[in-house]
Design a protein around this ligand. Structure first.
Ligand code: NAD
Length: 568
């Protein structure tokens, strides 16, 4: 039996100061109302609502407060033996009563994010066809090509703020999971709602099913996707294009977030659509911003400038290149040209130093960062040559930051910045304990997955978690609130700076470069405000600038409580 989880219930936290929404007008009654998860209150319908909306006899007689409903959720949650069961249980609640689901999720974010999103969502995706209960979101698949414009009309909600779309080709670190990858857009949108207050009814998860090359899934009779290998080349890009056209025509203001596409598609798709529709790629741009925020936080500790840094990356995929692009933007703010900034980076991939002299054809996304230097094959050789101040791990190579690597970083600078960002925890290039012990407590360490604080020589050292959750919800909220026509890199840069400004001196004194995740709604509101500021400055916002932008943003955020219903 797993440890019991206690759900907090901050009474009436969401009901205060709600002059904008005293009543909600509802046109459903009876079982139609009960079976609509956005409107359902279950046992929480008041006596007068039961009368007015033909609910008498359809729910048990006692009217239950949301706090008592949470107690029931807690009891049932704690009865479940494993994490996957808890995921299934929470998703069933999500499908039944969104207000209650989000109330529980928001107030218990740190406890429940690992279930609703990584790492447990990974398990859920691996078993999606087997644990499937009920459809959520839209499936646009290769077999329906040519009909996407008609199909999107099947989604009856006309107002959509955020679409998260995946083709299931690179789900977390788990590879090609085909249509099973739907768990990721579902989970990510739950975080948009919980962290940034996007309205649940205005979110849309989309699976773009272009087939799968996962033979185990193709041979699984319970697999729910198209039963063929992945489309490639023009056929693939035409299918994505048909989706973008259909979605953009149906919901012109919706933000489309690309999620978990393999990097051979992620970069070209971002380049193709970033100036045409409101879109971004979190694996590239969100990761870039959160890592840059961590570095800016670390530089508050060392007192150095970004342009003073020499940075070695282990890994040269979506995440690493996204981070380098964002740091480049930061160096540009300090007066460096693109060329000067790129001189500060060295990338090491599975074949060694990314170099023009290596003799292989480099993937397009690496070309801008390839060095004109003789190819070195090992990380240690590169470190010895470059003597960097920052070492970033985005290779998925467990333990690649050995004692020798960390000790050498400690020789090159007073406070080496070492981010082992590969997920999940088992893939991290080194652990927090290793980074601290091998650097004699001097490393400023952050990771992708959480590590516990470490006591070292009488001091508490707290590893920062470079979680994309700090960035993407606020960026999405900001872009939607000001009706931006596109998402720019300057918005992500502003998000990174805002996040870095929110780290407390106390956190920095413990070598922690990120703020508390429990402050996420405030963080998202501040990031959204900064994103709106950029949109106004760049002339791409499509609303009149409000006098008090921050409170305007806050007022747009969804809060989960039962608003009294009135009949239309
Ligand atoms: P990717 O597949 O696009 O890139 C992986 C890179 O690692 C490739 O360049 C590959 O050549 C390189 N690599 C593989 N084996 C190597 C080796 N032995 N030595 C050196 N390099 C090697 O993947 P990605 O999307 O860039 O993600 C990389 C890692 O970063 C994943 O573990 C992912 O979980 C993590 N990540 C973390 C965050 C975060 O912390 N916020 C965000 C995104 C990704």
């Amino acid at each position: 039996m797993t440890e019991k989880t206690h759900f907090v219930k901050p009474m009436h936290r969401y009901e205060v100061d709600d002059l904008d929404h005293p009543l909600m007008y509802v046109n459903k009654t009876g079982t139609d109302l009960i079976h609509d998860p956005i409107l359902n209150k279950g046992t929480g319908f008041s006596a007068s609502e039961r009368d007015e909306f033909d609910l008498v006899g359809l729910v048990p007689p006692r009217v239950v407060s949301i706090d008592d409903q949470i107690s029931r959720v807690e009891e049932n949650y704690n009865r479940l033996p494993g994490e996957l069961e808890k995921y299934i249980f929470l998703e069933a609640l999500h499908d039944r009563n969104e207000t209650l689901f989000y109330r529980v999720l928001i107030d218990n974010l740190e406890k429940l994010t690992p279930i609703v999103y990584t790492p447990v969502v990974g398990q859920a995706c691996q078993h999606y066809g087997h644990i499937y209960r009920r459809a959520r979101g839209m499936y646009l698949s290769s077999g329906n090509r040519g009909k996407f414009k008609k199909m999107v009309k099947n989604w009856k909600r006309d107002e959509i703020d955020i679409i998260v779309v995946t083709d299931g080709s690179r789900i977390l670190g788990l590879g090609d999971l085909g249509t099973n990858g739907m768990g990721i857009p579902v989970g990510k949108l739950a975080l948009y709602v919980a962290c940034a207050g996007i309205y649940p009814s205005k979110t849309l998860p989309v699976m773009l099913d272009a087939g799968t090359n996962n033979e185990a899934l193709l041979n699984d009779p319970l697999y729910l996707g198209e039963g063929h290998h992945r489309l490639t080349g023009d056929e693939y890009y035409e299918m994505v294009d048909e989706f973008i056209q259909a979605a953009h025509e149906r919901w012109p203001m919706a933000l489309i977030q690309f999620e978990d596409f393999t990097n051979n598609h992620a970069f070209p798709l971002l380049e193709k659509y970033r100036d045409k529709v409101l879109c971004f790629n979190d694996d590239i741009q969100g990761t870039g911003a959160v890592a840059l925020a961590g570095i800016l936080g670390a530089l508050k500790i060392t007192g150095q400038k970004l342009t003073d840094q020499k940075i070695v990356f282990l890994g040269a995929g979506s995440a690493a290149i996204g981070i380098a692009d964002m740091i480049t933007a930061g160096m540009a703010e300090e007066g460096y040209s693109l060329e000067q900034a790129r001189e500060q980076f060295w990338f090491v991939d599975s074949k060694g130093l990314v170099s023009n002299l290596r003799g292989d054809t480099l993937a397009q996304h690496k070309v801008a960062y390839a060095r004109d230097e003789p190819p070195l094959t090992s990380l240690m050789e590169v470190l010895n040559k470059v003597q960097p101040t920052i070492l970033m791990g985005l290779s998925g190579q467990t333990g690649a930051f050995t004692q020798e690597v960390v000790e050498s970083m400690n020789r090159y600078s007073e406070r080496p910045i070492i981010f082992a960002l590969s997920n999940p925890t088992s893939k991290a290039e080194c652990t927090a304990g290793q980074a601290y012990h091998w650097s004699d407590g001097k490393a400023i360490f952050a990771s992708g997955s959480p590590f516990d604080p470490i006591e070292y020589k009488g001091k508490t050292l707290v590893p920062g978690q470079g979680n994309n959750m700090y960035i993407f919800p606020g960026v999405g909220l900001g872009a939607c609130v000001c009706k931006a026509s596109k998402v720019t890199n300057s918005m992500f840069y502003a998000a990174a700076k805002t996040l870095a400004e929110m780290v407390s001196d106390h956190a920095l004194s413990q070598s922690n470069v990120f703020p508390k995740l429990s402050d996420i709604r405030d963080i998202s509101a501040k990031i959204a405000t900064a994103v709106c500021e950029v949109a106004f400055d760049e002339g791409i916002a499509n609303i009149t600038r409000p006098a008090d932008l921050f409170s305007f943003v806050q007022k747009k955020m969804y809060r989960p409580y039962y608003i009294p219903y009135a009949k239309i």
